[in-house]
Design a binder for this molecule. Structure first.
Ligand code: PAF
Length: 283
């Protein structure tokens, strides 16, 4: 695996592949790679000839009181995992390489409306940071296809919307959530959980499954279902940030006419914020 640190090195590494019309696949990450990330790489390998993984803990998507400084950085381990998968190129730039004018001094991409809800309302500015870095990575690699995990459901919807609105010539592929055997969605933040919190965490998924079943059984009083589920989360020991039943692409409250729904949840276990989601197809 070729490790490149600068934009120039990246573009030199890609040049001959682009001239040979090779399909470039991009997997953007912030490192601390787990099985979920590795699945993104495997899917990219099925879709493209040359795989570029990026590893960049993007400061502009973290709020002032968030975990930017403590975000796990495990470069050596990450490289070993990516090498074992035969990744072609790892792009791991410095902050100055990406934001030579600083985060605030850099033009940014803003996707309206669907960024105002859920993580967008509890993490102001977060999605501007995400879309800006992702757009830069699309431009830097000129990738044909990029793979993102469905665990960050709103992030994936926002990126799809940006690509559509700005006519960016790239195919976006969503990768289903990879779960631990007890159902907990894999996440770099799971490493923050104490033993006791780790036992509680999978109940988040159980609640999503229960809601899915309630909807499939015919309930359309979505507000009541949401409110009951939040009460249950509190009783179990979670601190819910949000729990909603939404129409799956517009990310607005579901109505009884909507067929494809998504249940989205963010909840704190101690100081760790976990997110998860589950799709519901009504007939
Ligand atoms: O999902 C992530 O890890 C990040 O938000 C991403 C897409 C790599 C952008 O920094």
């Amino acid at each position: 695996m070729l490790i490149v640190r600068t934009i120039q090195e990246l573009q030199e590494a890609l040049h001959s592949h682009q001239l040979a019309n090779k399909k470039i696949g991009l997997v953007p990450t912030m490192g601390n790679l787990h099985q979920g990330h590795l699945q993104l790489v495997k899917t990219a390998q099925q879709q493209a000839d040359i795989i570029v993984v990026t590893l960049f803990v993007n400061p502009t998507q973290f709020g002032a009181n968030e975990d930017l400084d403590s975000y796990p950085r495990t470069f050596k381990n990450d490289c070993e995992k990516l090498t074992s998968l035969n990744t072609d190129i790892l792009f791991a730039p410095t902050i100055d390489e990406i934001y030579p004018r600083g985060g605030a001094g850099t033009s940014h991409v803003h996707v309206p409306t669907i960024t105002n809800v859920l993580c967008g309302s509890s993490r102001p500015g977060h999605f501007d940071g995400v879309t800006t870095i992702v757009c830069k990575l699309f431009n830097l690699t000129r990738a044909n296809v990029a793979i993102f995990g469905e665990k960050d459901y709103q992030q994936l919807a926002v990126i799809r919307r940006m690509v559509e609105d700005l006519n960016i010539p790239i195919t976006i592929v969503g990768e289903p959530i990879v779960r631990e055997t007890d159902g907990l969605a894999m996440s770099s933040r799971n490493g923050y959980l104490s033993e006791e919190q780790r036992t509680l965490a999978p109940k988040l998924y159980q609640i999503l499954l229960d809601i899915q079943q309630i909807i499939l059984n015919g309930s359309t009083d979505f507000e009541a279902v949401e409110s009951n589920a939040k009460d249950q989360l509190r009783t179990l020991g979670f601190k819910p940030d949000y729990l909603h039943i939404y129409e799956h692409t517009e990310l607005r409250p579901a109505t009884p006419h909507d067929k494809e729904l998504v249940i989205v949840v963010a909840a704190f276990v101690g100081s760790t914020r976990l997110i998860d989601n589950l799709h519901v197809q009504r007939d």
